[in-house]
Write a protein of this length. Structure first.
Length: 331
């Protein structure tokens, strides 16, 4: 298995698509454009614009997308794109390609994380065992990484769509006010995502009998920074607590003794509202397994480049990754 160079790597979310070019194995990435997913009808149209910014035309593409992957295709969960690898390869003139789920790619990036790219949340110490990565963006993603036989194997998931209920009277009151029109139920993504933050804020204010005029998660974060003691800041602190609780649940599900890494576009932007002690308390409150949970470290990725670097590492050494290349590559 090989990916002819230059290799284009692409991170496709429900809101943004980011591109970079790997000119040769191990070479520094050449940064490319950041495009809005909604501005293009399909990936191949965005690719046509993205590659014009590079001196050399890519011969291969490794892309990750926010949706469940089936073979060589994916339908984005929070955008209208339906990606078919063979169609993309033909229209872009690519010799090879691979499509990953976004958190499958995030998990495969864990072995190449640099110390400067992460910050502990509470405490973190690298240990052997299953590693878990999860995060908030336009949606909520999670995956686990297993090291077996000298290769990296990902257990992909759609854990963000698991039912997520309240804990205690205060949360129960908030849940009663959650706007779930069109959703049908409350899952983790309902309250722990870009749009979920706004939904959580409106419900929390309604439960407390307070009015709010915030109409977007961007405005919510901006107002929280301007008024650290205000209602918006309280919502962001609650978001961190809920994230800690759900991260602990997933760590139990995967027995992620190798550590838990947080990622995505939201959490690095609201790190100032995280109380590590409160986060860890919610994470560890898993009786009768409190001792085990206290031994599992938690950290946050604070750079956007990690997943692109991770995909470039797959191109450089595909033999190190337990991926079903036969049924998933395009060439």
């Amino acid at each position: 298995m090989n990916f002819p160079y230059p290799v284009l790597v692409c991170d496709i979310g429900g809101t943004n698509a980011r591109f970079a070019l790997a000119p040769a194995p191990g070479a520094p990435l050449v940064a490319g454009p950041r495009l809005k997913t909604k501005d293009f009808p399909a990936l191949e149209d965005a690719l046509a614009v993205a590659i014009t910014g590079f001196a050399n035309k890519p011969r291969s593409l490794i892309a990750c997308a926010a949706g469940p992957v089936s073979g060589r295709g994916v339908k984005l969960t929070n955008a209208d794109w339906r990606i078919d690898g063979l169609t993309v390869a033909a229209k872009a003139g690519l010799g090879q390609g691979l499509l990953l789920n976004d958190f499958e790619a995030q998990a495969l990036s864990l072995p190449v994380l640099k110390p400067a790219w992460v910050t502990p949340v509470g405490s973190y110490e690298q240990k052997p065992g299953v590693e878990l990565i999860l995060g908030l963006g336009t949606g909520f993603g999670a995956a686990a990484l297993v090291h077996s036989g000298g290769r990296h194997l990902v257990l992909a998931s759609e854990a963000g769509h698991m039912d997520f209920g309240p804990l205690g009277a205060e949360e129960a009151a908030i849940w009663r006010h959650l706007d779930t029109e069109g959703l049908g139920r409350v899952c983790a993504e309902t309250v722990l995502s870009g749009s979920g933050l706004l939904r959580l804020h409106h419900a929390r204010c309604a439960a407390a009998g307070n009015a709010t005029d915030v109409e977007s998660e961007i405005a919510l974060i901006g107002k929280a920074r301007a008024q650290p003691a205000g209602e918006e800041a309280r919502t962001l602190r609650l978001c961190w607590t809920l994230t800690g609780r759900f991260a602990g649940d997933l760590a139990l599900a995967f027995l992620a003794k190798g550590g838990v890494t947080l990622a995505g576009g939201i959490l690095p932007r609201i790190l100032d509202f995280c109380d590590p002690a409160d986060f860890r308390a919610a994470f560890e409150n898993k009786a009768p397994y409190g001792d085990m949970m206290r031994a599992i470290g938690t950290r946050l990725i604070v750079t956007e480049d990690a997943v692109l670097t991770g995909m470039a590492s797959i191109a450089a050494a595909p033999q190190d990754y337990a991926i079903d290349y036969e049924n998933r590559v395009w060439g």
